[in-house]
Design a protein around this ligand. Structure first.
Ligand SMILES: Nc1ncnc2c1ncn2[C@@H]1O[C@H](COP(=O)(O)OP(=O)(O)O)[C@@H](O)[C@H]1O
Ligand SMILES: [Mg+2]
Length: 229
């Protein structure tokens, strides 16, 4: 379980992320949604430890192996292959690395780009590459910042399935920001709707969609056109 308590991060007079209390049970899959600038990336950066809060804390029940995929991930110089293999950190993940790499390259549709320079990929191809880099290791927590935003529709379905399957197999907790309603409900059980740095709604996808508690939640979901609220 991850417990957030009295968390505050102030960037400017205009923006403070403020979450008094939020608990995420182990193995839960959560979609993080909200308008541009609502604090999705800031929350993911805080949970990953990439940035420190001004106040409050994020408590992990036990030490947990996390992978954080930023909105603009780092691309190493060199080949696609090399860029995926850097995701292998733990000894136990390295044993059948060639087979894993081959399968993932195939899954994300980059087999023929194996030796291509990563810097020469298109935006969508790069996103698929860093997706493979993340999934080549085994992680108990995935923090993904709009991981599929630039990926074509035909690959999206495949990557959504791979991600769901990965979480099921590893018992992985997932927190993923997205702008795509379908993606959120397809992959995730729970929904967090952020509004101006705060959590406006948190609960089961189905329940929130049926019965949002806040006016902002209602307005936001109406935009999504997947609610009668
Ligand atoms: N390093 C920073 N310094 C100052 N302001 C920032 C910084 N990072 C983000 N912000 C501001 O904080 C707000 C929330 O940003 P962000 O968490 O990236 O939103 P989202 O991911 O939901 O679009 C935005 O108004 C953004 O401009
Ligand atoms: Mg963002």
């Amino acid at each position: 379980m991850i417990a957030i308590k009295n968390l505050k991060k102030k960037y400017s007079a205009d923006f403070t992320l403020k979450i008094d209390s939020l608990e995420i049970p182990a193995g839960e899959k959560i979609a993080l949604v909200g308008a541009n600038g609502s604090g999705k990336s800031t929350l993911l950066k805080l949970v990953s430890g990439y940035i420190e809060p001004d106040e409050g804390e994020i408590i992990f029940e036990r030490s947990i192996d996390a992978a954080y995929l930023p909105q603009n991930p780092y691309i190493f110089s060199g080949s696609v292959r090399k860029n995926i293999l850097v995701g292998l950190v733990k000894k136990e993940d390295k044993s059948d690395s060639e087979a894993r790499l081959k399968l993932l390259l195939d899954n994300v549709g980059l087999s023929r780009f194996d030796k291509k320079s990563a810097g020469k990929l298109s935006g969508g191809e790069m996103q698929r590459m860093v997706f493979a880099r993340m999934l080549i290791g085994s992680h108990k927590l995935l923090l993904l910042d709009e991981p599929l935003s630039a990926v074509d529709v035909d690959f999206k379905d495949t990557l959504e399935e791979i991600l769901s399957d990965y979480c099921r197999r590893n018992g992985t907790t997932l927190i993923m920001s997205t702008h795509t309603p379908i993606e959120a409900v397809k992959i995730c059980d729970k929904l967090i709707i952020m509004h101006k740095g705060e959590v406006a709604e948190y609960g089961d996808c189905g329940e929130i969609i049926k019965n949002p508690k806040t006016n902002f939640g209602k307005a936001f979901l109406r935009q999504w056109r997947i609610t009668d609220a």
